[in-house]
Design a binder for this molecule. Structure first.
Ligand code: GRG
Length: 298
């Protein structure tokens, strides 16, 4: 394929593995309600860039992990939480978005009540997956517990929930510090957990886990700044979601505070800081993926 990079090639193989595992997890869902399973499949399978699962897998690999099946389950748990956050964020009572991952958002396709339930189901499924990894693959129960605790912190009241609450009602100051606080919670927390879970499954000790986390925070801050820039510069077809919504709603973003080019430079600085914090000197695929975060076009 013309223009295919080494990163595209490596990511394609693992995206296939992630897709297959997500699909198997949905198939295995013990749902008494076929419609619910359809809604979960619609939101979770066959869409999205899978950045968080890839960060989890490739952190695991970079740290010399030999537990890929367990890492793949952890990667899917992360994608479940991420997808839940998108489904709920799109709801009429939140961002009210009709379009997500190149198709009608969950509430447009299934109605609001089913979309709320599908989000709830994805959030709980994530923790079921993590807590039951030791019954499928060789992972110590205490590591599964550590992974579940890290994901709960990222999703919880100091993480995604706080991020969403601040995004809806930002502090009156509307300055860089306020933007940083929102980005840290609504985006960087889950990306940091993605890298931390990769380290946990790889069997890293406290130091490896902490540096994976630090790198993830920086990568996550960069990711959100670029997301804000793409909202200004991107097209619906490439993004798979509605652009220009931040400006239309007067959202607090870094480009709105310091301008697009200064924001882009800031994203590159976060990427360099992430690379500097990478455990094990940063294996090539992981470093490529992190660099791509600041250069991406969607
Ligand atoms: C509703 C609890 C709850 C949380 C929502 C603020 C927020 C958290 C969601 C809004 C969407 C948003 C801007 C989230 C921040 C993270 C982000 C940039 C999400 C988009 O992630 P991508 O680009 O999406 O990885 P795909 O579709 O590729 O997975």
């Amino acid at each position: 394929m013309p223009g295919t990079t080494e990163l595209d090639r490596l990511a394609a193989a693992d995206r296939d593995a992630i897709e297959a595992r997500l699909s198997a997890l949905v198939d295995a869902l013990a749902s008494q309600h076929a419609g619910m399973r359809d809604a979960i499949r619609y939101t979770l399978v066959g869409g999205g860039k899978r950045v968080r699962p890839l960060l989890c897998l490739w952190t695991h690999d970079a740290l010399g992990g030999r537990n890929r099946d367990a890492a793949l389950d952890a990667a899917c748990a992360l994608e479940c939480v991420h997808t839940y956050s998108l489904v709920h964020d799109d709801l009429p009572s939140m961002d009210n978005d009709d379009y997500r991952r190149g198709k009608p958002s969950a509430h447009r396709r299934f109605g609001e009540a089913v979309a709320v339930l599908a989000g709830d189901a994805l959030l709980t499924l994530a923790f079921e997956i993590l807590c039951t990894i030791p019954s499928r693959y060789p992972l110590a129960a205490e590591d599964a517990l550590a992974a579940a605790a890290a994901l709960a912190r990222a999703a919880g009241t100091d993480g995604l929930i706080a991020g969403q609450a601040l995004d809806i009602a930002p502090p009156a100051s509307r300055d860089e510090a306020a933007v940083g606080e929102i980005h840290l919670r609504k985006t960087a927390a889950l990306i940091a957990a993605s890298m931390e879970l990769g380290a946990v499954v790889a069997g890293s000790g406290a130091v490896g886990r902490a540096s994976a986390r630090r790198a993830g925070v920086e990568a996550g801050m960069a990711f959100q700044i670029i997301d804000d820039i793409l909202d200004i510069e991107g097209e619906q077809e490439t993004l798979g979601k509605t652009p220009h919504k931040d400006i239309d709603r007067g959202k607090l973003t870094l480009p709105s505070v310091i301008g697009i080019e200064a924001a882009r430079a800031r994203a590159h600085r976060h990427v360099e800081d992430a690379l500097g914090a990478l455990p094990a000197g940063g294996a090539a695929p992981l470093a490529m993926l992190i660099r791509h975060i600041a250069d991406r076009a969607h």
